[in-house]
Design a protein around this ligand. Structure first.
Ligand SMILES: Nc1ncnc2c1ncn2[C@@H]1O[C@H](COP(=O)(O)OP(=O)(O)OP(=O)(O)O)[C@@H](O)[C@H]1O
Ligand code: SF4
Ligand SMILES: [Mg+2]
Length: 328
């Protein structure tokens, strides 16, 4: 891997509920390289958003990031452990060095303010521009993300934009301070396929232009092969498989990755007797204590060993996999 911009070591995030503890992310370790696009993939509830909200230190009570978790962010020639920073120190990093775009634009925009002022706001908040300069920068950003009639649209309110346009606005807002890392949490899930392709193209274009690193969260493996450099597969808060995107897609080693790939609909598949494959069962209840492999109940290759003990991660040729019976 190229130089690392982020090293996550043993990230564990729990929610202390009245009747039980939920471990949403369980001792997760991974790195993000400079200028790299890393996809984090998993079904709903696998811990993708909590992982990234933990990186941003946006976990509120009853949630807690364990004290042992290390979130090492490269700052010049040293690493800062974000887990040890105060809220005030994190405020200087959020939106400036690390930004996030959300699946739901409503999480990013205030419905009561015009979009132009909101897109450039972080430049003003981080003391980089005064209000007027920030607005001018916002107009430039809107042009860069290909908003037609951008100076007029900057005066619109969020409700006046289509979903795809608002996603572009969110990307512009997230890029305003030239972040080192952009976290995109399912930014295209709510969009039609054409707009989805345009937004992915735009993200890739901006990543190439700025050299930033991107964490791209999705539940859709079909999207990532051409878009991402590496893939991390998450299940029940644990890393199941990680590797170069092409290798993981062309030669998945974990049964869960194989099942996810089998679940991707293909054109014409309903014409014959073929049916869309669906992984049987459902993701474990996050409060459930699991002794063995988290995927055991849904895995056709499950053995007695898998039920007795959680497999460790094994590493070979730049690939990581957590399975007693991984494919080679
Ligand atoms: N604030 C919270 N309080 C309690 N449990 C939470 C909270 N936020 C997340 N969780 C639990 O943590 C687990 C992981 O949630 P997370 O939002 O990270 O899933 P996800 O992989 O992003 O799913 P999706 O694809 O649906 O967005 C889930 O079981 C969820 O119910
Ligand atoms: S460890 Fe066993 S149950 Fe888990 S994924 Fe591998 S084969 Fe399946
Ligand atoms: Mg999520």
């Amino acid at each position: 891997m190229k130089e690392k911009i982020l090293e996550i070591k043993n990230l564990t995030t729990r929610f202390h509920m009245v009747d039980r503890d939920i471990t949403a992310v369980d001792s997760l370790s991974f790195d993000l390289g400079s200028h790299e696009i890393l996809a984090i993939i998993g079904e709903s509830g696998s811990g993708k958003s909590v992982t990234n909200l933990s990186i941003m230190k946006l976990i509120d009570e009853p949630g807690e990031i364990s004290a042992e978790s290390r979130i090492l962010f490269r700052d010049g020639d040293k690493y800062l452990d974000l887990n040890k920073l105060s809220e005030k120190e994190m405020e200087r990093i959020r939106g400036d060095r690390i930004s996030m775009i959300f699946q739901e634009p409503s999480a990013s925009f205030n419905p009561l303010f015009r979009l132009g002022s909101q897109v450039g706001e972080s430049l003003h908040l981080h003391g980089k521009r005064n209000k007027e300069e920030a607005y001018h920068e916002a107009l430039k950003l809107l042009a860069q993300v290909h908003i037609p009639n951008f100076s007029l649209r900057a005066q619109d309110y969020p409700f006046q934009m289509s979903g795809g346009m608002l996603q572009r606005m969110m990307i512009a807002q997230a890029l305003a301070c030239h972040p080192d890392i952009l976290i995109a949490d399912e930014p295209t899930t709510a969009l039609d396929v054409t707009t989805q392709a345009q937004i992915l193209g735009l993200l890739k274009e901006k990543q190439k232009e700025t050299g930033m690193s991107v964490i791209f969260i999705t539940h859709d493996l079909a999207l990532v092969e051409d878009f991402c450099d590496r893939i991390l597969i998450l299940y029940a808060g644990s890393l199941m498989e990680e590797g170069n995107a092409r290798d993981v897609i062309s030669n998945p080693m974990h049964p869960y990755t194989r099942d996810l790939l089998r679940s991707i609909p293909k054109p014409g598949m309903f014409k014959d007797k073929d049916k869309l494959f669906a992984i049987p069962g459902k993701v474990p209840d996050p409060g459930e204590k699991i002794e063995g492999c988290p995927y055991a109940k849904r895995c056709t290759g499950c053995t007695a060993e898998c039920l007795a003990k959680k497999p460790d991660i094994t590493e070979k040729d730049g690939r990581k996999v957590r399975c007693f019976h991984a494919y080679s």
